[in-house]
Write a protein that binds this ligand. Structure first.
Ligand code: LLP
Length: 427
């Protein structure tokens, strides 16, 4: 059930009319629904417990990059979520939000020494390492700190995720992960480094996957490696299958999280029963979009309706700097007028004020709108605010979290002076 729905002719977020939020906080503003976040997180948690997994045997590590607002992190942390981070900055966010560092995994191809030190100081659950040089650097940093760094290797299972090439990560020629054919040798290197402790294996093959077949294929490849490592005397504590489950932006029908997890756990259980006398292995997930994507909209006001020679434009006050996905991936987002009008519709391109032809949010949409109306750009909870920039010296949008009829401003709008506060003019 969507928590963004019309009541009468007005679009609501849970029990709050969106026009009220525009009046109170201005536009553009991201609006998130707590109920939706909790429901989406619960679909993972419920599937884990249905398959007999306690928090120790299955952990959902929410992918912070998809939406890193402290309020979102705090809410998910309270639901029991762990966190998948890709920078020291994200770790500091998780800590500021009261997240538990012992449930944090650190992914990414380019971890700096400082980031490693920070993560080791907070005793995170695991580093997802992506190369041999990274193993050596982590070993050195851990040695300096008289610690042992828990390590998982991100392997590249070379499966086709069948998604947009920019968000596909599991193929041989991607920059991500360790080649499947080199995985065992790399594990041996890690195993022999004194200040590393090998604890897991991980992969992430891409994002916005509609079908779970590529994920289950990746699982089979990972299982093969776990068995080979077992034979080589290297025992793993966990297996991390990454994130990637897609959402409905338009009419896509993504696999249901519960169905995917059922198939995954069934395979894992059969494998453990056959080869390890049923001894369990902890399973980790790194979902982002499937938790926050449809829990957020971007609220914007129409500045002008411009009727061109061949096209009509609705020029709104949100732009590519607020929501980069259309410009970057030609991504499709639904557009809903906050007020449904009883007038004839026309076809519009919804565009922003930024000086780039690529600055569009939606194309060729039938909309019954007037100048000054509000629009909701749908499914904008994931990779919306986190990818926002200050291009054209535009302050980033405000963020509001709704819980029933409760309204919480969870990030103030950035003001122009904030944008040049760190700059200076040389004497
Ligand atoms: N784990 C790793 C290692 C990742 O790289 C990602 C996303 C995730 C987990 C979470 O994936 P999800 O469950 O959200 O699919 N900006 C693009 C998406 C980039 C995804 C990057 N990695 C977009 O707007 O579509």
């Amino acid at each position: 059930m969507s928590h963004f729905a019309y009541r009468g002719n007005k679009l609501f977020a849970e029990d709050v009319a969106l026009d009220r939020l525009a009046a109170e906080f201005g536009t553009p503003t991201y609006v998130y629904s707590s109920a939706s976040l909790i429901e989406n997180f619960s679909s993972y948690a419920a599937a884990c417990s249905k398959h007999g997994r306690s928090e120790n045997d299955a952990l959902v590590c929410y992918s912070v990059k998809s939406n890193s607002n402290l309020a979102v992190l705090s809410l998910l942390g309270k639901q029991g979520s762990g966190f998948d981070i890709v920078s020291g900055g994200e770790l500091l966010r998780v800590l500021a939000a009261g997240g538990d560092p012992s449930k944090v995994i650190f992914s990414g191809v380019g971890k700096s020494r400082d980031e490693m030190r920070l993560a080791l100081t907070h005793d995170i659950l695991c580093f997802n390492v992506e190369s041999i040089p990274e193993l050596h650097r982590l070993n050195e940093v851990a040695a300096e700190m008289h610690k042992q760094a828990p390590v998982s290797l991100r392997v590249n299972p070379d499966v086709d995720a069948k998604t947009h090439p920019y968000i596909s990560t599991g193929l041989k020629d991607n920059k991500f992960g360790i080649a499947f054919s080199e995985a065992i040798e790399t594990y041996k290197v890690a195993h022999n480094l004194k200040n590393l402790r090998v604890v897991g294996i991980d992969c992430h093959i891409g994002s916005q996957l509609l079908d779970d077949a590529p994920l289950l294929e990746a699982l089979d490849k990972v299982i093969e490696l776990v068995d080979e490592l077992h034979q080589a005397g290297i025992e793993l504590h966990h297996l991390d299958i990454g994130g990637g489950i897609g959402i409905t932006y338009d009419d896509e029908k993504p696999v249901k999280v519960g169905d995917y997890l059922s198939r995954l756990f069934t395979r894992i259980d059969a494998w453990r029963a056959e080869k390890y006398q049923g001894k369990p292995i902890t399973v980790l997930f790194e979902p982002g979009r499937s938790i926050v994507g449809n829990a957020g909209v971007l609220l914007t006001e129409i500045q002008y309706l411009k009727h061109g020679a061949t096209k009509n434009f609705a020029v709104v006050d949100a732009a590519m700097n607020d929501l980069m996905r259309p410009a970057m991936y030609e991504a499709w987002h639904g557009v809903q007028p906050v007020l449904q009008r009883d007038i004839a519709g026309q076809t519009y391109d919804v565009v922003g004020p930024v000086c780039e032809s690529g600055d569009w949010l939606a194309r060729e949409r039938a909309l019954a709108i007037e100048q000054g109306d509000l629009l909701a750009i749908m499914s904008a909870g994931a990779y919306g605010m986190t990818m926002a920039s200050n291009y054209n010296t535009r302050g980033r949008a405000a963020e509001v979290l709704i819980d029933g009829d409760k309204i919480m401003l969870v990030r103030k709008r950035e003001m122009p002076a904030d944008l040049f506060a760190l700059e200076s003019i040389p004497d």
